[in-house]
Write a protein that binds this ligand. Structure first.
Ligand code: CTP
Ligand code: MN
Ligand code: MN
Ligand code: MN
Length: 352
């Protein structure tokens, strides 16, 4: 008797950091649905449920073809009862009633709009919703006190919602690169985050900066920010003539999370973009590079693997061996994977 290929179950390892996952996704309908439920859980402060849905979505993203039959899922890791119900609903009816009703719920819509404001997290959004604020106009009319980040976030809301293109990311890289070279000629800058994983758009642009000489990176961030700010105000009148794209404002928030604005010379339009800048000492560079490349779930799974399977603690700064009571050095991502007993996964296959 021949096995029907439709019921040959898929097989994947249990941790996302053991799997190669490119941007090619054969199960986007299912993973979009599970990601929406994850987002709703995260916005409702139910992180455990959020992670469960994220892990389930990541397993489906790693499959080599589309799921057509529930029996193909037998034995797959990370697929809990709730996720399986959602998948079954979609395979049988084309949609999941839970996903559809979540998407349409006033609370979810309000949480999405309010947390879409730079500087607003789920707790603040929840408090506002309890005070009857569900949209931007109601927020503006409410007279709520907003901090500097939130004021900028509200002002540039539409720009920040709009995805950043790779071309914009590269233009911004050029400007930040010039600024870095001016304040510290030997410093290095690398594009991390989703763009390093091969994405063509992002919700922000992530940069990691380091200096080949340990210690020389100290004080680099404030110098960089003030260089950008001063430069910009001096040349305000001429910017349109000098550069294709130029920073106009840069708010350094919490040292590393920033919002910048630039003018696109071609369209002559303002555009605000989120930029994450991180400075790392060279001794921690490999850990910072690995930690800031993502995806978020891939990072979470790396830390879970390190803790549960290897008795180690991994962060964007270091790897610590809990049993031996010592830090483990590494000067490349490859070395970190090797210390963790994992096969090296290149950035473009970390799209869990
Ligand atoms: N990160 C982090 N600490 C934060 C925020 C982000 O360590 N407070 C890490 C995440 O773990 C992720 C990387 O920074 O690995 C990039 O995060 P983010 O920019 O949010 O996501 P991207 O994958 O770049 O997605 P997008 O293209 O939407 O920006
Ligand atoms: Mn990013
Ligand atoms: Mn980021
Ligand atoms: Mn840190």
């Amino acid at each position: 008797l021949m096995n029907d290929s439709e019921v040959t179950p898929f097989s994947v390892p249990g941790y996302a950091c053991q799997r190669r996952c490119t941007l090619e996704n054969h199960n986007a309908v299912l993973t979009d649905a599970l990601s929406l439920l994850a987002e709703n859980a995260e916005l409702s402060d139910e992180d455990g449920r959020g992670v469960a849905f994220r892990r389930a979505a990541a397993v489906l993203k790693a499959l080599p073809s589309a799921v057509t039959n529930m029996s193909q899922l037998t034995g797959l890791p990370c697929l809990g009862g709730h996720s399986l119900r959602v998948i079954k609903d979609i395979l049988e009816n084309g949609t999941s009633s839970e996903v559809e009703s979540t998407k349409e719920s006033e609370r979810f819509k309000a949480l999405k709009v309010l947390t879409g404001i730079f500087g607003v997290g789920s707790k603040t959004a929840d408090r506002w919703i309890r005070e009857g604020i569900h949209n931007l106009q109601q927020l503006r009319d409410s007279g709520q006190t907003l901090n500097r980040a939130q004021q900028a976030g509200l002002e540039h809301y539409d720009d920040i919602k709009q995805p950043v293109s790779l071309a914009e990311a590269e233009a911004i890289r050029g400007i930040v690169g010039r600024a870095v070279a001016s304040v510290s000629p030997e410093a290095q800058i690398v594009l991390t985050g989703g763009f390093r994983r091969g994405k063509l758009t992002g919700h922000d642009v992530d940069f990691l900066i380091t200096h080949p000489e340990e210690g020389s990176e100290v004080g680099l961030m404030p110098k960089l920010v003030s260089w950008l700010e001063s430069r910009v105000s001096c040349h305000l009148q001429n910017v349109l003539l000098i550069c294709d794209v130029i920073f106009l404002l840069m708010f350094a928030l919490f040292c590393r999370f920033s919002l910048c604005c630039f003018i696109d010379k071609q369209t002559r339009r303002w555009r605000a973009v989120r930029v994450d800048l991180v400075v790392s000492p060279i001794s921690q560079f490999a850990f910072a590079l690995l930690g800031w490349t993502g995806s978020k779930l891939f990072e979470r799974e790396l830390r879970r693997w390190a803790g549960h399977e290897k008795g180690m603690s991994l962060s964007s700064h270091a790897l610590y061996d809990n049993k031996q009571g010592r830090y483990i050095r590494a000067s490349s991502e490859e070395e970190i994977f090797a210390h963790l007993g994992l096969e090296f996964i290149p950035p473009n296959e970390r799209n869990a």
